[in-house]
Design a binder for this molecule. Structure first.
Ligand code: LHQ
Length: 270
């Protein structure tokens, strides 16, 4: 059964691309605590497997993810008069924060193929991936304000950096549905493509990244994230330090040799 905790994440491989499919379609792939734990385990497994060179994340059925499962006993408000209020922040501390950090520290690129609605933490989980490609029927909803919450799973950090303060506030305060094409046009995501082409386009992107020098890609992400909070000179010095390190690594000499010899490079650093 799709809702059984054992199958909340489907795992498959296509060459060097690890595909993770969020798989609770009857609940629009909303995250339960068990599913969050499985997502973390699947990402950890991909990070440790040297044959994996890119991770593609998508959703089963008509949604990417509707965010936190609001029926999960950990977050569902207990309406009985003598019930103690629940601290839903524990779920962020215990699951969403480690998940968001893990995504950012992956040794290989992550691609979200958003196949339908991505709401709440489901939207921000997708936006936390390195590249986001969405089908034209997909949409992004910062649903938090509608239930009295703030954007979590990195939303307050990601949104202004991706689209600027004015647009971030528009999306977060109103909680309106943003269609994939507009999300692409404002720079929230990389691309919107016809629904029928989503998986082939996302896979082509993932395969392209999988053939590239993984370590350089992971360090590129790390330095870009870090530079957001640095001044220009610090970023320049960080670039020089990293370039020194990468210059000693296999992939640089292999990349230059392959260019000179007019052949495809065989990268191996991770
Ligand atoms: C759901 C859900 C859902 C359970 C659809 N849960 N069942 C972090 C930590 C701590 C606390 C709280 O929050 C967070 C982070 C967050 O993510 S908060 C934001 C949580 N997400 C939402 O508020 C979105 C709620 N969902 C919706 O607004 C709609 O379902 C959307 C706009 C996503 C899709 O609308 P429709 O296409 O009209 O589908 P639907 O509403 O009919 O949903 C289909 C089924 O999925 C339905 O079940 P049913 O048994 O009636 O068929 C929904 O109950 C279920 N579902 N989202 N988050």
């Amino acid at each position: 059964m799709s809702d059984s905790p054992e199958t909340a994440i489907l795992i498959s491989n296509e060459g060097a691309v690890r595909v993770l499919t969020l798989n609770r379609p009857a609940a629009l792939n909303a995250f339960t605590a068990a599913m969050l734990a499985q997502t973390r385990a699947a990402l950890a497994e991909a990070a440790e497997d040297a044959t994996v060179k890119a991770v593609l994340i998508t959703g089963a059925g008509r949604a990417f993810s509707a965010g936190q499962d609001l029926g999960d006993p950990l977050v569902k408000p207990d309406t009985s008069p003598d019930a103690a209020p629940k601290d839903i922040g524990h779920l962020l501390d215990g699951y969403y924060i480690p998940l968001a950090l893990q995504l950012r520290a992956m040794p290989v690129p992550t691609i979200a193929a958003v196949n339908g609605v991505a709401a709440g933490a489901g939207a921000n989980f997708a936006l936390g991936c390195d590249l986001v490609i969405a089908g034209e029927g997909a949409s992004f909803i910062q649903a938090f304000s509608k239930i009295g919450l703030i954007p979590d799973c990195g939303g307050t950090w990601l949104l202004p950096r991706l689209v600027g303060r004015a647009k971030a506030l528009q999306l977060a305060l109103l909680g309106d549905k943003l269609k994939a094409a507009e999300a692409a046009s404002i720079g929230l995501i990389a691309r919107a493509v016809p629904d029928a082409e989503l998986m082939s386009e996302a896979m082509a992107m993932a395969q392209k990244l999988a053939a590239m020098p993984s370590r350089a890609l992971a360090e590129t992400r790390r330095l870009i994230d870090q530079a957001m909070d640095q001044d220009y000179e610090d970023a320049l010095r960080m670039e020089a330090m990293m370039q020194s390190q990468l210059g000693f690594a296999h992939d640089y000499s292999e990349g230059v040799r392959a260019f000179m010899e007019k052949r495809s490079p065989q990268f191996k650093d991770r």
